[in-house]
Design a protein around this ligand. Structure first.
Ligand code: GLN
Length: 195
């Protein structure tokens, strides 16, 4: 099993460290060929506008759509979740979302004072709830979810971790919390998909 981590920009090294701690083979992905070679893909946190520009410059949107058609598991955190959404309320020209998750997001939606904060979350892992430290950094808000989207965690009543089929996304940064639990959950999805 090989997990690719999009390594154009953002905190891909932290995701890599999590997966390495779990003994999983990783690949820093920067080309179409690399993208199409992985069993699962992580889109890290960073800046969704910059990532959009780089994905366009490097002509990677086509390969990402191929992964979507093949239902390759994808996990996006923060900016990565923004890229996975169907609609970005305030980013029409700057962010080109991929539509892996039937959600609408609003970028940088927590206002100045709470741009970055931490909060204990209750995450539903296969029907069992576990407490997980959520680290939010200039996080987006998920303002609309489609009927096929499962909400796995909320913060003050709003979804912060969602899943749709093999697509998983969080508005917070599980790669920074010190616990590998969310990454383990993603690896289960990849194993399931491989059959
Ligand atoms: N605010 C960033 C964006 O819009 C996301 C921040 C993050 O990934 N920590 O892309």
């Amino acid at each position: 099993m090989k997990i690719g981590i999009l390594a154009l920009q953002g905190d891909f090294e932290e995701h890599e460290a999590m997966l390495e701690a779990l003994g999983v083979e990783t690949l820093r992905v920067k080309t179409e060929k690399e993208l199409l070679s992985v069993d699962g893909l992580i889109l890290p946190g960073g800046e969704s506008t910059t990532m959009t520009r780089l994905l366009e410059d490097m002509e990677l949107y086509g390969a990402l759509q191929t992964l979507k058609q093949r239902q390759v598991p994808i996990f996006g955190t923060c900016a990565g979740l923004i890229l996975m959404s169907k609609e970005v309320e305030d980013g029409a020209d700057l962010v080109k979302p991929l539509g892996f998750l039937d959600i609408t997001v609003r970028r940088n939606a927590y206002g100045r004072q709470r741009e970055s904060f931490e909060s204990d979350l209750e995450i539903q892992f296969n029907g069992e709830s576990e407490t997980f430290r959520g680290i939010f950094i200039r996080a987006p808000r998920i303002v609309k979810v489609g009927t096929d989207v499962q909400i796995l965690a909320t913060h003050q009543g709003e979804p912060v971790m969602v899943r749709q089929g093999h697509a998983l996304g969080s508005t917070f940064h599980p790669e920074l919390s010190g616990s590998t639990k969310v990454h383990e959950y993603f690896l289960e999805i990849v194993k399931e998909a491989k059959g």
